[in-house]
Design a binder for this molecule. Structure first.
Ligand code: NCD
Length: 331
């Protein structure tokens, strides 16, 4: 069975203020190249904050941010929490799956309670596609919502930190060949990466996967499709590996993990087919010996840990842009 389709495109007005600034950050669809560039440039300036002995700026002092995680996550939740703290905001972590919703309270009642505590921003992760959008539609006008991953639909902050990493390590995206390899079908990260790469005018975006792990009509997203890793990796500047999202698979989409590794695992020999200076990326968590060999994940071309470091600066940029709007512009 194929997963349920993602929600339709969001009207740009839902995440932008009337003068075109970010209010919510829910999806990359409909956003412009100048806006994405502004996010990347601001993140660049925040990397210097994280390198200082006192890693804090007072930009969001007095603001209250709730991390609403309806799905387990350590890496992304910690990254948002650290970003909020480095901007001097007060941040509360709510592990909703183990609290109110299990006691029968509706999502909207939970939100109203948090609003009553004068929150300014909700960071939302949910297993249902469209959840962050739904919440954004119902919050009070002064509250911003950031999508930290909704179902199989979108994970826009991850895609922005990936763009940041590529731009920092390789230069502008409009000269590069980028390959995304693995379980594209179940990946909200891949969808957001493809949107971001297209908005930033990346001339060649390849997806490399077995047929069973590609969404129907994936070419319509503006990518080249390859079913052979060897052919697909040839001359690329960036290789983005994805995890097999076994928790989302229904039915037998793969013969076995060994067979998958034999055909689609990134080994040193295979990486040699890409450009000699090609970057190896992975949003994590990486499964060594399933989609990537250990010596490649830890090798000289890997920027996997840099992605994690840059993620904090990129999330600082997004939080401060969403909350930096003058009073009244949210209505
Ligand atoms: C990704 C996610 O949750 O979508 N991970 C992450 O945000 N660090 C990718 C994944 O789970 O494979």
């Amino acid at each position: 069975m194929r997963p349920a389709p993602a929600p339709g495109p969001l009207p740009a007005s839902m995440q932008l203020t009337s003068d075109g600034r970010l209010r919510h950050f829910l999806t990359l669809e409909g956003l412009s190249a100048p806006l994405l560039t502004e996010i990347l440039d601001l993140a660049e300036s925040f990397t210097t904050v994280t390198a200082q002995p006192v890693k804090k700026v007072p930009l969001l002092r007095g603001k209250t941010i709730f991390n609403l995680f309806f799905e387990p996550s350590t890496r992304t939740r910690t990254s948002f929490e650290l970003a909020a703290k480095r901007l001097s905001a007060d941040v509360m972590n709510m592990n909703i799956s183990t609290s109110s919703t299990t006691k029968g309270e509706s999502l909207l009642d939970t939100l109203r309670n948090l609003e009553a505590m004068h929150s300014d921003m909700f960071i939302v992760r949910h297993s249902q596609s469209g959840a962050a959008q739904l919440i954004a539609r119902h919050v009070a006008p002064h509250i911003s919502v950031l999508n930290a991953g909704d179902g199989q639909h979108s994970h826009p902050t991850q895609a922005m930190l990936d763009m940041f990493t590529i731009r920092r390590e390789k230069g502008p995206l409009n000269t590069l060949r980028v390959a995304i390899v693995g379980d594209i079908l179940h990946s909200r990260v891949a969808r957001s990466q493809i949107h971001a790469l297209n908005i930033l005018n990346t001339p060649e975006i390849r997806v490399i996967a077995p047929k069973t792990l590609l969404p129907k009509n994936v070419e319509e997203l503006g990518v080249q499709v390859h079913h052979s890793l060897d052919r697909g990796l040839r001359d690329v500047d960036v290789v983005i590996m994805l995890r097999l999202q076994k928790e989302r698979m229904r039915g037998a989409l793969l013969p076995s993990e060994n067979e998958y590794y034999r055909l689609f695992g990134l080994t040193r020999e295979r990486l040699a087919l890409a450009r000699p200076d090609a970057l190896v990326m992975h949003p994590g968590p990486a499964n060594r010996g399933v989609e990537i060999a250990s010596d490649v994940a830890d090798g000289p071309q890997s920027v996997i840990l840099k992605q994690v470091s840059y993620g904090v600066a990129v999330r600082m940029a997004l939080m401060s842009m969403c909350m930096g709007n003058p009073p009244g512009s949210h209505e």
